[in-house]
Design a protein around this ligand. Sequence first.
Ligand code: 13P
Length: 258
Amino acid sequence: MSRKFHVYGNWKLHNNAAASRALAQAVVEATSAFRDAVVTGMAPVFLSLAAVREAVPAHPHLKVVAQNGYPAPKGAFTGEVSFALLKDAGCDAVLIGHSERRQIFGETDAFLAEKVPAALAAGLEVVFCVGETLDEREAGRTWEVVGRQIDAVLPKVDAASRARLIVAYEPVWAIGTGRTATPAQAQEVHRLIRDRVAQLWDAAGAAELIIQYGGSVKAENAAELFACPDIDGGLVGGAALDAAGFAKIVAAAAAIRR
Ligand code: 13P
């Protein structure tokens, strides 16, 4: 199996440009020993992307990631930023469909099915986020919800772009709550996602797909999560705001031999 671990930090609405630059520099330094083993990403706010780009050396395993983007290339869309502009600003990747976008900003499956192909067409890598709420999990509807989110978007990804798509499974009840999915809970959904992608794409595409887990990943639980066969790294929120702690998560991934 050739899948490399991918550990990305989602900084959400934190850090001005100077603080983002300093954090990026610290992350680059603290993770340098793992650079061959782990693909590492950082997602600052739009206004800090340029500072982070300057702080992060060009390297295939270091990714500057935007947190959002808009599918139209230009036009009367006040307040939006296109994927082409993100690419122009030096972004390597973009998060799409984060649960905060879905829940707070009302982004629908149909809208995300427009955004993901548009971002890929602009040349970006896409981290497409899926996950169920606590109510949905407790009602036994986890796979109904996650499967629907996958089915809405993955068929829209053309074969030539598949290698640039990452899926992040982020159970909403585990985001920012300190409550992490158990490795068994996460592995179960990751396996279901991979099996479904094998049907939607093909077996080879599913075998190569990077599936990150997100939801209260921290240095203390990263190793047991990453030991699961279908968990290919993490999308880290709060614990990514501290370079030393984030580097421990990257180190946990680097230590696993597949
Ligand atoms: P936390 O790691 O803070 O739970 O956030 C996860 C997340 O939303 C990453 O995108």
